[in-house]
Write a protein of this length. Structure first.
Length: 251
């Protein structure tokens, strides 16, 4: 009888121990599973963060490329603006005999208004300023484009006006004469232009007189200066200018 009770007690102890062991194993497995889940979650988060960082870096690269293009465009615009506002590259200076520079020159009466326009011509980003009565306009095209367009489309604005232009060659002079321009100031004027003005009763004010206006590559005569150099009348020059403009449209 005593043996039987001892066996029962031993069996109970074994069962209790096994239960505790089982619980401990289950608990440990749960902890392991929890750690595994946490690790997976961290890995997923890290992957997402890495993707975000990669996307940000790619965006930064694109912005950098855009900034570079903008800066290049600004440089091109600045260069073209400087080309427009610099008269000297369009002048050939072979010797001091080819240039007449008027120092302390006097403008006709009504000088104050004209001097303001002349000062503005060299201060502003423009190639030409035209004043007619109380209307003043600034122009920015190179060559004769602006004067040519005005002669064709707004001849009344040219008639009786005062023009201040940075560079005047013979073609521009012909257009101004045909437009009925009354007074002219030039930063640089070619001898053929000056002669044509004087033959039509206009005495331009100017800073520099040069033999001729050169082309943009500085290798010789400008295209319209060359076309007009042997022509006698503004009307003959206009025919050549028309032909030149039509040719340029088709290029």
């Amino acid at each position: 009888m005593a043996k039987s009770n001892t066996k029962k007690k031993s069996k109970k102890k074994t069962t209790s121990y096994n239960k505790k062991k089982k619980k401990t194993t289950v608990s440990n497995n749960k902890k392991k599973n929890s750690k595994t889940v946490n690790n997976k979650s961290k890995t997923v988060k890290n992957n997402k963060n890495n993707k975000k960082i990669k996307n940000i870096n790619e965006s930064n690269k694109k912005f950098t490329q855009v900034d570079s293009k903008i800066n290049n465009s600004k440089k091109i615009i600045e260069k073209e603006t400087n080309d427009i506002n610099t008269a000297e590259p369009q002048v050939i200076i072979e010797s001091t005999e080819n240039i007449t520079e008027l120092k302390n020159q006097t403008l006709p009466k009504n000088t104050e208004k004209k001097q303001e326009i002349i000062n503005r011509l060299f201060a502003e980003q423009c190639s030409c300023i035209i004043c007619n009565n109380h209307e003043i306009r600034l122009f920015h095209e190179r060559g004769v484009k602006d004067i040519y367009r005005l002669l064709k489309e707004e001849p009344d604005f040219l008639n009786g006006s005062f023009i201040a232009d940075k560079v005047i060659g013979k073609a521009a002079a012909a257009l101004m004469i045909l437009g009925g321009v009354k007074e002219v100031f030039a930063g640089v004027i070619s001898r053929p232009a000056l002669s044509l003005f004087q033959s039509h009763g206009i005495e331009p004010e100017y800073k520099i007189e040069t033999e001729y206006i050169i082309n943009r590559t500085r290798t010789g005569w400008g295209p319209l200066e060359s076309r007009c150099k042997n022509l006698e009348t503004p009307e003959d020059c206009l025919a050549e200018i028309d032909d030149f403009m039509n040719t340029m449209k088709n290029i």
